[in-house]
Design a protein around this ligand. Structure first.
Ligand code: MCN
Length: 796
């Protein structure tokens, strides 16, 4: 009997392959490729006066050296602006190779192709670039002061300026019984996936066909960009994202300069060419996120009810703005979290600096917004001497208020409207899970022993399942196996398993008989990509719709063959059978064979099965006119707007009184992503996110000096948490409020874990040491200095 798999913690199908070393990553495929190395700028801001490649020409195994001047006209344009916005008044994107100027350390200047990477690196070492070094703009406040500029034609360094407002926030703040103003800072971090960026190009000159393998989150978009820039027909270009060793947002950017240069070089040289970014390059040539300076002005009443908020922030966009304004727009809206705020003004200024460009990193603007709102709630509670949970409860949107419309515009250009949730219910669950009410006694007892314990909580709402569309293709093979494809790619989320669960249920087949292929443009050429926690919602629903098409077709075939009403048929154990009469059945593989004339001609079983095809009629073709042969279906899902997941985290920390080192004692999560397809996978996503959030809150920061040099561009210096720093035994409670916006009732989960980390740790550390924590990340040394500055080295 086939059991329902949706909602079950099925073990991940892909893990056997990945854990036994049989994953296929881009670099594994580049067997015979010539390799690329890149001369990158050592300066944050400079003009390129001259490039001398002579000394490199006698390097053994050198194949070619290219500078900007060597590129064809079509490649001398700036790379595309992916998401335009009317507020983006001064968009600047980079060239594939520097066009006379470099704007951050790490910008690509010269491309070298050689038979081996060693030779390519040797040639890179011998190329001399003469730079005229200019003053760099480093730090968002330096950019705002505009004493020096990044791009000559943008004298104020402003890429964009956007205001959104609802109600009358200034009047509400001024009339409020209580008022607070404060500043919050968040520094830069980055995705830093285990596998760096990589691209391999195979050019078949006979066929005029280009096959690309890219470690990307958006293979169909890479294909479109490369085909357009190289002026090739889309049908002559395919892009495959094989196994991808993590992306966390950075690999949604496309096309990277190397993603254009490598295929172009392959077409020019008539040979496979590949590029694998090294770790140091990843730090300075792959994008970052997070840096914002945020100011808040809030008015509230005696119960802590928020009456009005004015939120202004400066957003550091780095040297270029290829991905538009998504990150600051998300901060602007998602800042509001689960709270019913009616009078709100947000204003951001997006600024250029001579640092690595900024594009979304897991959470994408939400950690900054959550930090701002949750610090605000804590400060209001402190000001009124109220419990932090009570203040939050006073402001929560209630379950009967859904759909809750704020009157703002979200990142997808649609109304910012929450579809479902139970925020008070989530809060109750979290309070129980972390033992909030008992904590003061626990804290007091610890203080008696000289131990500094603190507790913090933070809430968030996350727009997920962003459109515009995603597709699914489902095909039953004559073997009975089911092939499923969707165009977005996976970076470790477990898509092969969850999509198989959905299809197995709809077609009544074993999950082992379902094979899912993601990220192959030849299997699904229309797709958008994996970002914004959208795969489950978008591809999940598209695949479900495609599977239902197959089911309908199978019903038609089976009811004709068995001469029964389709309503009397059920899908069980790979068969379509008559309910209550299990012996009257046709296997799906037989239906696939019957509907496939090619296979039919060679298959004895299928020939025998013609008896099911109805009375013999020589004038009738085996497949009806106008009906596609085969048992397969394609469909697309396109939502009216995003669906909003939500959650609440709490952490208990202990701060060492002498060293200010922070130890995590408890971590609790309540999470609502609608109906869960696979609870174990969602729990894994949340765990991974929390781990990444611990890094973002306590360890990771991109440390630029005033010259624009990244001082910690290696894992020796850029601290990431090990297993030992990530809390063991994170407690998770899943609340399921189905989304009314999609047939499966699901909301996304992939970024949730990382969103509240800065907020929750700042709150807990502050509670432990009694000193305001308004800048994150916070290292033991930062905390030590904060405590010294507050003249409270030992608050016990
Ligand atoms: N899921 C589920 N039930 C739900 C929602 C989700 O079972 N109601 C499952 C999904 O089927 C999927 C996983 O949870 O297997 C994450 O789903 P989803 O929220 O749709 O997120 P995406 O699959 O679109 O993944 C993108 C998201 C983002 S934006 C980043 S960044 C991120 C993340 O996922 N990068 C990751 N998680 C990552 N996990 C790994 N291992 N590596 C990355 O690079």
């Amino acid at each position: 009997m086939t059991t329902q798999l949706f909602g079950q913690s099925i073990a991940r199908k892909e893990d056997r392959r990945l854990l036994t070393g049989r994953g296929r990553f881009v670099d594994d495929l580049a067997h015979d490729a010539w390799e690329v190395a890149v001369v990158r700028s050592p300066h944050a801001h400079a003009r390129v006066r001259d490039i001398d490649v002579l000394a490199a020409l006698d390097v053994d195994d050198l194949v070619a050296i290219y500078t900007f001047e060597d590129l064809p006209d079509r490649m001398r344009q700036p790379l595309p602006l992916l998401i335009p916005h009317p507020a983006l008044t001064a968009p600047r994107t980079q060239f594939v190779l520097a066009n006379g100027e470099v704007n951050h350390v790490g910008e690509a200047v010269v491309l070298v192709v050689a038979r081996t990477r060693y030779a390519a690196e040797d040639a890179v070492d011998r190329i001399r670039v003469d730079y005229e070094v200019m003053d760099p703009v480093v730090g968002v406040e330096v950019a705002a002061a505009a004493d020096r500029v990044v791009h000559d034609e943008i004298p104020d360094n402003v890429a964009a300026h956007l205001v959104q407002e609802i109600g009358d926030p200034r009047a509400a703040i001024e009339a409020a019984p209580h008022r607070l103003s404060f500043r919050l800072d968040i520094e830069r971090s980055a995705s830093t996936p285990l596998e760096t960026r990589g691209v391999l190009a195979r050019w078949d000159a006979d066929e005029g066909h280009l096959r690309l393998y890219s470690s990307t989150q958006a293979p169909t978009s890479v294909r479109a960009a490369v085909a357009t820039i190289l002026e090739l027909d889309f049908q002559k270009v395919e892009c495959i994202a094989p196994d991808v060793g993590g992306g966390f947002g950075v690999k949604i950017m496309h096309p990277w300069p190397e993603e254009v240069l490598v295929p172009w070089a392959a077409t020019v040289l008539g040979h496979d060419v590949s590029y694998t970014e090294d770790r140091r390059e990843h730090f300075v040539a792959a994008n970052h996120e997070r840096e914002q300076v945020q100011h808040l002005d809030v008015g509230f009443d005696d119960d802590g009810r928020i009456l009005g908020i004015d939120f202004t922030f400066l957003h550091d966009h780095g040297a270029y703005i290829p991905y538009g304004l998504i990150v600051p727009i998300i901060t602007s809206t998602q800042f509001l979290g689960p709270y019913a705020i009616t009078d709100y003004r947000v204003e951001f200024t997006s600024l250029y600096t001579n640092t690595v460009p900024v594009t979304p990193y897991r959470g994408a603007g939400r950690p900054q917004g959550c930090f701002a709102m949750e610090r605000l709630m804590d400060k209001v509670a402190a000001e009124l001497d109220l419990d932090r949970v009570a203040v939050r409860r006073a402001n929560l949107i209630q379950p009967d208020q859904f759909p809750y419309e704020f009157g703002l515009t979200f990142q997808d250009g649609r109304p910012y409207t929450y579809d479902s949730g139970d925020f008070p219910g989530s809060m109750d669950t979290l309070v129980d899970l972390v033992g909030w009410d008992d904590f003061p006694a626990r804290q007091a007892a610890a203080r008696e022993e000289g131990r500094l314990l603190g507790i913090g909580l933070a809430t968030y709402v996350e727009g997920t399942g962003v459109g515009p569309y995603e597709g699914g293709h489902v095909l039953v093979e004559p073997t009975g196996r089911v092939q499923v494809a969707t165009g977005l790619s996976s970076q470790g989320q477990g898509h092969e398993t969850v999509f198989a669960q959905i299809v197995a249920d709809i077609l009544g087949v074993a999950i082992d008989d379902v094979e899912v292929v993601v990220g192959d443009s030849s299997r699904m050429q229309y797709a958008v990509g994996t970002f914004a926690s959208r795969a489950a919602v978008m591809s999940g629903n598209a695949i479900a719709k495609a599977a239902h098409r197959v089911r309908e077709r199978a019903l038609e075939l089976a009811s004709a063959a068995l001469e029964v009403d389709p309503a009397d048929l059920e899908f069980v154990d790979g068969q379509v059978r008559v309910a209550g009469s299990p012996d009257t059945a046709l296997a799906l593989k037989m239906l696939a064979t019957l509907s496939n004339p090619l296979r039919y001609a060679f298959d004895a079983d299928a020939a025998a099965a013609t008896q099911f095809a109805g009375p013999s009629d020589e004038t009738r073709p085996p497949v009806a006119d106008g009906v596609a042969p085969g048992l397969e279906g394609t469909d697309f899902y396109s939502p009216i707007r995003s669906t909003f997941a939500n959650g609440m985290h709490a952490v208990v920390v202990e701060v060492d009184p002498d060293t200010s080192d922070v130890t995590i004692l408890d971590y609790a999560v309540v999470h609502d992503c609608g109906r869960l397809i696979n609870p174990a996978i969602v729990a894994g996503q949340v765990h991974g996110g929390v781990g990444q959030g611990v890094g973002g809150a306590l360890y990771e920061r991109m440390a630029y000096d005033e010259h624009g040099q990244l001082l910690n561009a290696s894992f020796m210096d850029f601290l990431m948490p090990y297993m030992t720093e990530v809390p063991d035994g994170i407690r998770i409670d899943h609340l399921e409020t189905p989304s009314p916006l999609n047939p499966l009732g699901i909301k996304g989960a992939g970024e949730a874990g990382v969103i509240p980390s800065a907020a929750v740790f700042a709150a807990a550390i502050e509670d432990a040491v009694g000193v305001p924590v308004d800048a994150m990340p916070i290292s033991p040394s930062d905390l030590h200095h904060l405590r010294l500055a507050a003249d409270r080295p030992d608050p016990t």
